[in-house]
Design a protein around this ligand. Structure first.
Ligand code: SF4
Length: 143
């Protein structure tokens, strides 16, 4: 996952999102906390409570990526990046084709897992668990 780049944003330009966005082909719905309209682009912002981790968690990155995808499908404009806003820091995450592909694969995996009673860890990477938002609750965690 891209680690993200720390940026500074002017929160006065952030517009609240009233209604969830929807993309039927993937059965995907979601509501970014804010959208920024800037230079003919629409940038989604996800707000997280608490201080920033060293690098954004993969789960936060994928959530933001899903908002980028929803913005593209609903407004016909592909956001070049999105923003994860923590209390003490903002990260910009580039919405690359690689991230989009990883997101679509993740959604497909999740759809498959919906039908399983138990889901096993799918990797051997402690670094991934270290950056995962479910680490404290997950019985399969490697850290
Ligand atoms: S902590 Fe659990 S859910 Fe998170 S990456 Fe590791 S195995 Fe997966």
């Amino acid at each position: 996952m891209p680690g993200g780049q720390v940026i500074y944003t002017d929160t006065r330009a952030w517009g609240k999102v009233e209604k969830p966005l929807f993309y039927a082909a993937l059965g995907l719905t979601g509501k970014p906390d804010y959208l920024i309209q800037k230079d003919n682009q629409i940038i989604p912002v996800e707000v997280k409570s608490g201080n920033a981790p060293e690098a954004p968690y993969d789960s936060h990155i994928f959530q933001l990526a899903s908002y980028c995808l929803l913005v593209e499908k609903n407004y016909g404009k592909r956001p070049p990046y999105g923003i994860i806003h923590y209390e003490n820091k903002d990260f910009s995450i580039r919405y690359t084709k690689e991230l989009e592909t990883a997101l679509i694969e993740l959604i497909a995996d999740m759809r498959e897992d919906d039908f399983k009673k138990e889901v096993e860890r799918s990797h051997q990477q402690p670094s991934r668990c270290k950056r995962c938002g479910y680490q404290n609750r997950c019985e399969e965690s490697l850290v």
